[in-house]
Design a protein around this ligand. Structure first.
Ligand SMILES: [Zn+2]
Ligand SMILES: [Zn+2]
Length: 157
């Protein structure tokens, strides 16, 4: 019985590729970390993850698909959620907008409902190799300076 599966995901914002690793949680599956490949495939290059074997052999996660509180979201745009495209069935990061355009197949759609089924890959199957997790301490999140976090001038006396 698989307890950990990863799913190839594409960032809607940047079209970059990463993997969300899910682990079995009771009756469902929770996203809890991501794997980021060292190099992004060039446009026009064969898509990663599609071994030409079809999808029949992929393990299917069933039940409530959610995310663990430890899940930090998309490594590129930091969207904390995700959706599966109704047209191509692929996973895409999601920032809770209702209207989306799938970065895999360019289908425009509205997000609704919940994910109850998702095809995964066993983490050892190709793609970026997960590093053994020896130390589960969360890495501190760097906060980049941004217009939303203005730096206030020192108070005048
Ligand atoms: Zn993203
Ligand atoms: Zn799609």
């Amino acid at each position: 019985m698989d307890t950990e599966l990863d799913v190839l995901t594409r960032c809607e914002e940047t079209h970059n590729i990463f993997k969300i690793v899910f682990r079995r949680q009771g009756e469902g599956w929770d996203a809890y970390r991501v794997l980021v490949p060292r190099a992004q495939p060039r446009p026009g290059a064969p898509e990663p993850g599609g071994g030409g074997q079809g999808t029949a052999a992929l393990p299917i996660m069933q039940g409530a698909i959610g995310s663990d509180p430890a899940y930090k979201g998309c490594p590129f745009c930091h969207a904390r959620s995700f959706y599966t495209c109704g047209t191509c069935g692929r996973l895409v990061c999601w920032d809770n907008r209702i209207e989306v355009v799938c970065p895999w197949c360019s289908a425009a759609a509205e997000v609704r409902g919940r994910i109850t089924q998702l095809a995964g890959n066993r983490p050892t199957q190709g793609g970026p190799r997960p590093r053994p997790v020896g130390d589960p301490r969360p890495t501190p999140t760097r906060v980049a300076p941004s217009p939303e976090r203005p730096q206030l001038p020192p108070p005048r006396r």
